[in-house]
Write a protein that binds this ligand. Structure first.
Ligand code: 4AD
Ligand code: MG
Length: 425
């Protein structure tokens, strides 16, 4: 807001104590502005300084500050235009997410943040333990941690009497409610202790995980597509000013790009066809491309950005060896009914699958992967008692914010990013 003061303004004598970052109360009349930068301005009749700001030390000055610098002052960065706009669009995306699922009859389920199971089986979990804080004042020594005779940590003496972790995904718990209530979704924080210092990875991120009962992979892909189109349309219609801001300052053309997402069908491709496409392309990739290997971010970005000109692409039917234990095996014996939805710049936005609802197949898979069947007893019970075909997906909320605002780095899409080496604020 441009505020115009004259020597007649009440409190005019205080203006020397108003520096960038101060809080003030202003009263006046809104009038159309003569300047070109804003439509209206406030003709101030009275000004009161509420909180002064020290001009010699306030870190964010009026000139443009880099995003890297602003991350070091994450407590003050929401005061900038960019972070204000990101916060509002993030809020609108969360609202639209609840609205989409609620309007379509899904029940929101709270999945636990502390868990004893590893949903993705990738071992990227943070331990939750009181063994350290309880065993010594002022930080523990390793010798204070109780151990078993063979020198392992004795988890039976820990708070939960077994190893416990911050969850990597609410899916397994979500499935229990989907097989009782029909369609459900979760929306909450998830955690990954993966040492990835990239512009697309956080150690703490929010995930939206719908689970559809009596559904197969096609239903799952249809749900993911209409959900994404719905939330994108919602912000285009309800966050116009902020979207114009992103279009001008953050990513030129983002509004056209998002309009295309809403209007055009997504590309569908099998994993095998994706491999063929990559092998046949002229581009030199850093990582090898071969049937059976996972797609790397450079491959995913090539597919959506180059091969399909910026359209979202859904790849399905991945080799079972590179996917999680719970995915349903296809009849070919080699692939599973999995899908990833890829978008330009971000790469993988959504990962989902049809779940293995056949008890013998699921047990066989746990055995093959050397996972402890006993610890999944309750998950297997869902297949023992009234099993139903079901499917679901997980969408990384911060990647959605990245996609919808054009922000380059995922650390700028969440108020207080947690990444390797940094948990400030
Ligand atoms: O592909 P992921 O690992 O799938 C699951 O966790 C399934 N249990 C989901 C399900 O079927 N219910 O993760 C899902 C999504 C990814 O596509 C990505 O958008 C996001 O979560 N994601 C991350 N976002 C930020 N930082 C990270 N370290 C992320 N890891 C995954
Ligand atoms: Mg994935």
């Amino acid at each position: 807001m441009q505020c115009v003061l004259t020597p007649d303004t009440e409190g005019y004598d205080q203006i020397d104590s108003i520096a960038t970052g101060a809080s003030v109360l202003v009263e006046g009349i809104i009038a159309s502005s003569q300047g070109g930068k804003q439509k209206v301005e406030l003709k101030v009749s009275k000004i009161i300084v509420i909180g002064e700001s020290d001009p010699t030390s306030f870190p964010i000055q009026k000139k443009r500050a880099s995003r890297e610098f602003l991350r070091t002052v994450a407590h003050l960065r929401p005061r900038t235009n960019t972070f204000g706009a990101v916060a509002r669009v993030r809020n609108a995306l969360a609202y639209a997410t609840h609205k989409f699922f609620q309007d379509n009859g899904f029940v929101w389920v709270a999945s636990p943040i502390i868990t004893a199971s590893d949903c993705e089986g990738a071992g990227e979990q943070f331990y939750v333990t009181t063994l350290i804080s309880n065993s010594a004042e002022g930080g523990s020594l390793v010798k204070d941690i109780p151990s078993t005779k063979d020198g392992r940590v004795d988890w039976s003496q820990d708070f939960f009497c077994k190893p416990a972790f911050l969850t990597v995904s609410g899916q397994l718990n979500g499935e229990t409610y989907a097989t009782a209530l029909s369609d459900i979704y979760t929306f909450g924080p998830t955690f990954r202790a993966e040492n990835s210092n990239t512009s697309r990875h956080l150690a703490e991120f929010w995930m939206i995980e719908p689970e559809l009962a009596f559904a197969d992979l096609n239903d799952d892909m249809a749900c993911a597509s209409s959900y994404l189109q719905y939330v994108v349309k919602y912000i285009l219609e309800n966050c116009k000013e902020d979207m114009d801001f992103f279009n001008t300052w953050i990513e030129k053309g983002i509004i056209d790009r998002l309009n295309d997402v809403v209007e055009k069908n997504f590309v569908h491709l099998s994993y095998s066809d994706a491999i063929e496409l990559l092998v046949g392309s002229k581009k030199k990739f850093e990582f090898p491309v071969k049937w059976g290997l996972d797609l790397q971010s450079e491959h995913e970005r090539y597919i959506t950005e180059v091969a399909f000109g910026g359209r979202p692409v859904i790849i399905r039917d991945y080799p079972k060896e590179i996917k999680a234990f719970y995915m349903r095996q296809n009849d070919d014996g080699k692939t599973v009914a999995a899908m990833d939805l890829l978008v330009p710049r971000v790469g993988e936005l959504i990962g989902g699958s049809q779940r293995e609802e056949r008890l013998d197949y699921l047990e066989g898979r746990l055995d093959e992967l050397n996972l402890n069947k006993e610890s999944y007893w309750w998950y297997l019970d869902l297949r023992r008692y009234g099993s139903v075909p079901h499917a679901g997906f997980g969408l990384g909320f911060e990647r959605l914010v990245q996609f919808a605002t054009g922000m380059d780095n995922i650390r700028d899409t969440i108020p207080f990013p947690r990444v390797p080496g940094s948990a400030e604020f």
